[in-house]
Design a protein around this ligand. Structure first.
Ligand SMILES: [Zn+2]
Length: 385
């Protein structure tokens, strides 16, 4: 089969790989009908999240058809249409049973203390081969696969693999409730779906901060209030919009790849178009803004990706302003069935964030255009015939 394989920082290729096989009674083999490129994949390609093992298949978002089931998978039939949860939980340990699928004690072959196990990630996450491929092996398939309800398109279901649950989780971490003023940092696909989720969770106002005009325009389509950090100081803008109080809740949907504003006091003069295969230049920018723009005793939810060895959080300000800060890898399986039901009922259409649909053969070029943050390249879906 063909698959997107990580070889080195800045070097990925569409390679011929062996077809996956059932290795464990609880495995399934699926034929992938749609996959996607996620901002997290860019962290691995850029090297901002280290320790990728050469030869690992990338990708952690997919919709597919069940081809083969191990004898321990009792809840599906061959031919079933499923969405694959990005993070892998065993479905039986104490963490999974409390809904902390991203902290499963069993799924990570590196052990219970190794951290979140997910598809297509670095050495310490398994590694488990990813989903930018024609076929994939799904461990603990009874839990990791979720049936796609009738009427939900591949594109919509694909958003439930990772980014819609992650956006929803951001709202839960930030404790979004009725009437809250919510700021989402980052208008990438996860930020867009964080804004949608915050609205669905009762937010009174949703603001979104980014430096890319096209992404802010997309956010306005769902009536988020947009703040362009290249034309104004986002902290000052939030304070002005909130009568000097600040936001009740802030969601960091950026992570370590934050970029410095191209104008203003922090400017380096480096336009973001030059950031091909390179790390962000302001790794703590989003956290600094979050802590500065949230109201006293407000809540910050962090869903942006930070590597294990990342230090740097404005603890003094957060402590002295009585902030609540919650963060983590999304427990996708906890939210996926509910979000699929909302999509099926017409209450949400996360497929709207998809801006590009590419075939597997053009996936490497798509990676490069996505990495450059080329205008209009917000979320890349990969369709497999
Ligand atoms: Zn578990």
């Amino acid at each position: 089969m063909k698959a997107v394989v990580w070889h080195d920082v800045g070097k990925i290729a569409l390679d011929q790989m062996p077809d996956p096989r059932i290795q464990h009674p609880e495995d399934a083999i699926i034929r992938i009908t749609a996959s996607a490129i996620c901002g997290t994949d860019l962290h691995f390609v850029r090297g901002t999240v280290p320790h990728m093992r050469p030869g690992t298949i990338l990708g952690h978002e997919a919709v597919g058809l069940v081809m083969e089931l191990g004898p321990g998978v009792r809840n599906f039939n061959p031919g079933d249409r499923v969405v694959v949860c990005s993070t892998i939980g065993c479905g039986r340990c104490s963490y999974c049973r409390e809904g902390y699928y991203a902290q499963c004690d069993v799924a990570n072959p590196k052990g219970s203390a190794a951290g979140t196990c997910f598809f297509g990630g670095p050495e310490e996450t398994g590694p488990v081969d990813g989903l930018q491929a024609e076929y994939a092996r799904i461990p603990y398939a009874h839990t990791v696969m979720v049936p796609v309800p009738p009427g939900v398109t591949d594109e919509q279901a694909l958003m439930v693999s990772d980014i819609f649950p992650t956006g929803w989780f951001g709202g839960r971490l930030a404790q979004v409730g009725n009437g809250d003023v919510v700021v989402v940092l980052g208008a990438g696909p996860v930020g867009q779906l964080s804004a949608l989720s915050a609205r669905m969770q009762g937010a009174g106002r949703v603001m979104i901060v980014d430096g890319n005009a096209d992404r802010l325009q997309t956010a306005r389509l769902q009536n988020a209030e947009t703040i362009d950090f290249n034309s104004e100081d986002p902290v000052a803008a939030v304070l002005e919009c909130t009568g000097g109080i600040g936001a009740d809740r802030v969601i960091d949907a950026v992570g370590v790849d934050a970029e410095r504003p191209s104008r203003g006091p922090a400017a380096t003069g480096a336009p973001h178009e030059e950031h091909l295969w390179s790390p962000g230049d302001a790794p703590d920018q989003a956290l600094d803004w979050a802590v500065d723009m949230v109201a006293k005793a407000g809540t910050v939810g962090v869903i942006g990706v930070y590597p294990m060895d990342h230090h740097g959080f404005p603890l003094g300000k957060a402590m002295n302003r009585n902030l609540t800060v919650q963060m983590g890898n999304c427990n996708h399986r906890k939210y996926a069935p509910g979000l699929l039901s909302k999509i099926a009922a017409g209450h949400a259409d996360p497929g709207q964030v998809v801006t590009q649909e590419e075939g597997l053969t053009s996936v490497i070029e798509a990676y490069q255009l996505f990495d450059r943050r080329s205008p209009g390249w917000t979320k890349v879906a990969i369709e497999l015939p």
